[in-house]
Structure formats: structure tokens, C-alpha cells
Design a binder for this molecule. Structure first.
Ligand SMILES: CC(=O)c1csc(NC(=O)C2C[NH2+]C2)n1
Length: 130
């Protein structure tokens, strides 16, 4: 098995651990599964590229992420979608926007804490030459 495959396997192990920790957090339950269109019928009229933590987990297993940056781009998409769909001054919208910002900060903090930067640099080199 090539050194590249060893590196990408280790990346997947890191990302599964971080994604599981985010999905376990009760604060983020509204981000753990795709929005139910029966419950929120206008969601797909507003949000053109839905994303959620269960989908992120399945993308890890499908080898969609070659570096932590790719993973964080999908976390940022979850956050952006929540901010766009919940723009109002209402307490409910403010609450969801606050949780979305907390999700982003926790994800970035876990990556920074658990991944040394030269490991990410190695992953970027693999991505950039593919
Ligand atoms: C995942 C996500 O961002 C989401 C799910 S429901 C929701 N918002 C509401 O249900 C209403 C509060 N203002 C609209 N946002």
C-alpha cells in the first residue's frame, strides 16, 4: 500500500473522530441529518446545496476528502446554509445562527488540536497533484 494511501487513511481516521464528536453534541442536533422537506417545505427553494454531518460522515467513507481543508469546506457549507435559511431577528433564527457559528468554531478547534500542520501540508500536496 503506498505511503499516500497510508496518509489518506490516517486523515479519514482523524476526520471520522472529529465528525463523530460534532454529531454527538446535542447543541448540533439540527445539523446532524438532512433537513426533512416535509417539515420544512421551502428549504430547497432557498438552499441550493444542502449539507449535514451524516452526509459528511458518508463522504469521509467514500474518500471524498483528501485534506482537512476539503472537510472544513463542507462544515462551512452547513454553517452558511443555516445562516442563509435563518436570517431573521427572531429568537429562533438567532439561536440557530449561534449554534451554526459554534459548530464552525468547534470543528476548526478540533482540527487544530488534533492535526499537526505538516500532516495537513502532506495531504494538500497529495490533493494538489491529483
Ligand atoms: C438546518 C437548518 O438550518 C434549519 C432547520 S429548520 C431551520 N429553521 C426553521 O425551522 C425556522 C426558524 N426560522 C425558520 N433551520
Amino acid at each position: 500500500i503506498s505511503q499516500e494511501e497510508n496518509t489518506l487513511r490516517e486523515l479519514r481516521i482523524f476526520l471520522r473522530d472529529i465528525c463523530a464528536k460534532l454529531a454527538r453534541n446535542k447543541q448540533f442536533f439540527m445539523f446532524t441529518k438532512p433537513v426533512d422537506i416535509e417539515e420544512v417545505p421551502d428549504y430547497l427553494e432557498i438552499i441550493k446545496e444542502p449539507m449535514d454531518l451524516e452526509t459528511v460522515m458518508s463522504k469521509i467513507d467514500k474518500h471524498c476528502y483528501i485534506c482537512a481543508r476539503d472537510f472544513l469546506d463542507d462544515i462551512d457549507l452547513i454553517v452558511r446554509n443555516a445562516l442563509e435559511y435563518n436570517p431573521d431577528k427572531s429568537a429562533e433564527d438567532k439561536h440557530i445562527r449561534h449554534r451554526a457559528c459554534s459548530l464552525r468554531d468547534k470543528a476548526y478547534a478540533f482540527i487544530k488540536a488534533e492535526m499537526d500542520s505538516d500532516f495537513e501540508d502532506t495531504c494538500r500536496d497529495i490533493r494538489d497533484k491529483r
